[in-house]
Design a binder for this molecule. Structure first.
Ligand code: DOR
Ligand code: ZN
Length: 352
């Protein structure tokens, strides 16, 4: 006799999730994007790579206000602000911002690793005093984990960073909690797993959805280009296993990174995938494919708050099992520009 067909649920209700890594930008881009993140998430760790970067407490407080104003009144969204670390980062400014409830964490961009990272850190020595202040204040360090040496192959930059930069850093700063952001490799997963209690890792919907072949399927596809770049299939599978494992060390961070279509569809296109309007739908699809829908709430709504020492959200969201219903583009106000919304190559069977 044939085994009974496994019934898929028709709805999925979980505590409201948070996005532990989001680029909301500023000005018209912020006006275009904020609603999409706030519709899905209760809180967001806001990336500070504006031009110029957010390095001062007063700048972060002002940016937080602009974000709050950009979110429609009927939605509740709390921006959690981060400090962009530069060489010589001021320990007093870090401690004061944490004390005043402005900074939640600091962001380490190795100089020139990615979009708007020109003011980033050139050596770990240059931020040692800042990191000591963060250890004392209990302020996590969020890491863009790629070396910037052009001699290192772009597909190896994460793994080399773990050995050359992160391993010595965690030894030197024993009290520092660290998030390895947007993990893209098996090595990244293993590194996080080797440091329970100290390290967390965020995983994006797009790195769970496609491997590096997708960037070149039928021609070059700029809307799949982001940094760290997607890796081989074996790495995508390691990410899916980690995300759906239920381990408290892995949590949701979309790395939604909007760029207008013209700046991606050109000779030297920007890195970044805009996934805010489809993030939870894509995560739900991945968890369903992995027969792990029962682990989605931990990944999306519980593990992150626990890592940051914050309460989980009380409100809930409900996803419906029906084909993805989301815009292909989002218009940017005040011009004729738009942002292309991420869509995986394989069907997504969840909607709000
Ligand atoms: O692809 C990316 N885009 N990676 C980053 O680290 C930065 C982001 C952006 O700000 O556009
Ligand atoms: Zn990012």
């Amino acid at each position: 006799m044939a085994p009974p067909l496994t019934q898929q649920p028709t709805t999925l209700s979980i505590r409201r999730p948070d996005d532990w890594h989001v680029h909301l930008r500023d000005g018209p881009m912020l006006a275009a994007c904020a609603v999409h993140t706030a519709r899905q998430f209760a809180r967001g760790i806001i990336m500070p790579n504006l031009v110029p970067p957010v390095t001062k407490v007063a700048e972060a407080a002002a940016y937080r206000e602009r974000i709050r104003r950009a979110v429609p009144a009927e939605l509740e969204f709390e921006p959690l602000m981060t400090c962009y670390l530069t060489d010589g980062a001021d320990p007093a400014e870090l401690a004061r911002g944490k004390e005043e409830g402005v900074w939640v964490a600091s962001k380490l961009y190795p100089a020139h690793a990615t979009t708007n990272s020109a003011h980033g850190v050139t050596s770990m020595d240059a931020i040692a005093r800042g990191l000591e202040a963060m250890e004392k204040a209990g302020m996590p360090l969020l890491v863009h984990g790629e070396v910037t040496d052009p001699e290192v192959d772009i597909f190896d930059r994460e793994a080399v960073f773990l050995d050359k930069v992160l391993a010595p850093l965690i030894k030197r700063h024993q009290g520092l909690k660290i998030v390895l952001e947007h993990i893209t490799t098996r090595e990244g997963v293993q590194f996080v797993e080797a440091h329970p209690g100290r390290l967390g890792g965020t995983i994006t919907p797009h790195h769970l959805s496609y491997n590096r072949n997708a960037l070149f399927k039928g021609g070059i596809r700029p809307h799949f280009y982001c940094l760290p770049i997607a890796k081989r299939e074996e790495h995508r599978l390691a990410l899916r296993k980690a995300a759906t494992s239920g381990s408290p060390q892995f949590f949701l961070g979309t790395d939604t990174a909007p760029h207008t279509a013209d700046t991606k569809e050109c000779a030297c296109g920007c890195a970044g995938v805009f996934n805010a309007p489809v993030a939870m739908q894509v995560y739900a699809q991945v968890f369903m494919e992995e027969s792990a829908l029962d682990k989605l709430e931990a990944f999306a709504s519980l593990n992150g708050p626990r890592f940051y020492g914050l309460p989980a959200n009380e409100a809930r969201i409900t996803l419906q099992a029906r084909p993805l219903d989301a815009p292909e583009r989002v218009e940017v106000p005040g011009g004729n520009k738009s942002i292309v919304v991420f869509r995986p190559d394989t069907p997504v069977g969840w909607s709000f």
